[in-house]
Design a protein around this ligand. Structure first.
Ligand code: SAM
Length: 221
């Protein structure tokens, strides 16, 4: 392993706002499941998740913008999460946590109704591996269960195929599509979603790629 990566992995162990649960610690549920507000953030502010947060720029950007909400970034890659954790430490942000985990495990991490909003930012399109897409039905059902009634889901992507796939999948779910655009920065540049860019998003924007965005909520029957 590269020396820098090793240093980052070691430093990751010291961040009080980074959780790296082993699978056994998720069984039957992670210790903060249902208690993120009371036991970690020590407030009852709503919780927003970013799935596949990478280096965490978006989570940190939202946390700065909305100090009375709590933000949790989730990613499997510890080396990327180190960046977000370091910024949180340097900027003394108290409304951010990161979890090194597969998004597949969110129901061990959060109780039904514990989450107010979910952002899925530039997920890997996973061609030919539908079940791994973060907008596949298996994931949408998990989001529905952990979200509060009327909780929002946002998707930002540069991948038009994934975008179209997601819109098709949403037709089979009890959702209300609140906004959709294949070109956020030209059609809706005043939307809050256009105010902060993720690491990958900045790269795609520099290359003048269109960024697609959609927002929906589940309809609870
Ligand atoms: C293309 S990167 C985007 C990172 C960041 N959102 C951005 O826009 O800069 C996709 C990220 O999703 C993470 N990822 C992919 N599948 C995941 C899963 N099932 N659970 C958690 N993270 C996942 C990867 O580790 C990677 O960091």
């Amino acid at each position: 392993m590269a020396k820098k990566k090793l240093i980052h992995f070691t430093e990751n162990l010291s961040f009080p706002h980074l959780f790296q649960p082993r699978y056994a610690e998720l069984q039957p549920s992670f210790r903060f499941q249902g208690k993120w507000g009371s036991d970690f953030f020590r407030n009852d502010h709503p919780i927003t998740l970013e799935l596949g947060c990478g280096k965490g720029e978006y989570t940190v950007g939202l946390a700065r913008q909305f100090p009375t909400r709590n933000f949790i970034g989730i990613d499997v890659k510890g080396a990327r999460l180190w960046r977000g954790c370091k910024t949180v430490e340097e900027d003394h942000l108290l409304n951010v946590a990161f979890i090194r985990s597969l998004a597949d495990h969110i129901e061990y991490l959060f109780q039904p109704g514990e989450v107010g909003e979910i952002w899925i930012t530039f997920p890997e399109p996973q061609p030919g591996k539908e079940r791994k897409r973060l907008t596949a039905p298996v994931f949408l059902n998990r989001y529905h269960r952990i979200l509060q009634p009327n909780g929002l889901v946002h998707l930002k992507t540069d991948d038009q195929d994934l975008f179209r796939y997601t819109k098709e999948i949403l037709k089979e779910h009890p959702v209300e599509l609140l906004l959709e655009t294949e070109d956020l920065y030209h059609e809706y540049k005043h939307e809050p979603a256009a105010k902060i860019q993720t690491f990958y998003e900045s790269i795609w924007l520099e290359r003048e790629k269109k960024i697609a965005y959609l927002r929906f909520r589940f309809i609870n029957t």
